[in-house]
Design a protein around this ligand. Structure first.
Ligand code: FES
Ligand code: FES
Length: 164
């Protein structure tokens, strides 16, 4: 059985035929669309490594069934810098040492973009930590991640930019 769906992924329309209704958005992105920036950590909604924006909201791609997303708009980490110019959140992660091994980083960055876009980041580090609590970092780069989110939020708010 083949199930046709269409998605907009990083601004491009994609027509996809699913051969299995159990395919997750994460596996679709990584294995069918070659967008391997989105990472698979736990594959069960516990680590946040697979975070992407779905219709502007952050979700764990490992928990979303692709078949249920017909017509949706997806943004992955590859979609943040389409012309090679880093997104302010990406630049802030570099400036504030928001990573070590980098495995969790795409998910952290997408979650931060979603958090800022939701208007939930504010200027309180505790609020940022709470808002980012679904994204685990085994290297323990949390201090830099929080600084990066605060800096990006301040910069983007100062510029009056949309976050995604
Ligand atoms: Fe999706 Fe861990 S891989 S939450
Ligand atoms: Fe290594 Fe977060 S930077 S897991």
């Amino acid at each position: 059985m083949r199930i046709p769906i269409t998605l907009t992924v990083n601004g491009s329309a994609r027509a996809i035929e699913l051969d299995d209704p159990r395919v997750t958005l994460l596996d679709l992105l990584r294995e069918r669309l070659d967008l391997t920036g989105t990472k698979k950590g736990c594959d069960r909604g516990q680590c946040g490594a697979c975070t992407v924006l779905l219709d502007g909201r952050r979700v764990n791609a490992c928990l979303a069934l692709a078949v249920s997303l017909d017509g949706a708009e997806i943004v992955t980490v590859e979609g943040l810098a389409p012309e090679g110019r880093l997104h302010p959140v990406q630049a802030a992660f570099i400036a504030h040492d928001g990573f070590q091994c980098g495995f969790c980083t795409p998910g952290q960055i997408m979650s931060a973009v979603g958090l800022i876009r939701e208007g939930q980041a504010g200027s309180d580090p505790e609020r940022v930590r709470e808002g980012m609590s679904g994204n685990l970092c085994r290297c323990g780069a949390y201090a830099g991640i929080t600084e990066a989110v605060l800096a990006a939020q301040a910069e983007m708010t100062g510029r009056g930019e949309d976050a995604a």
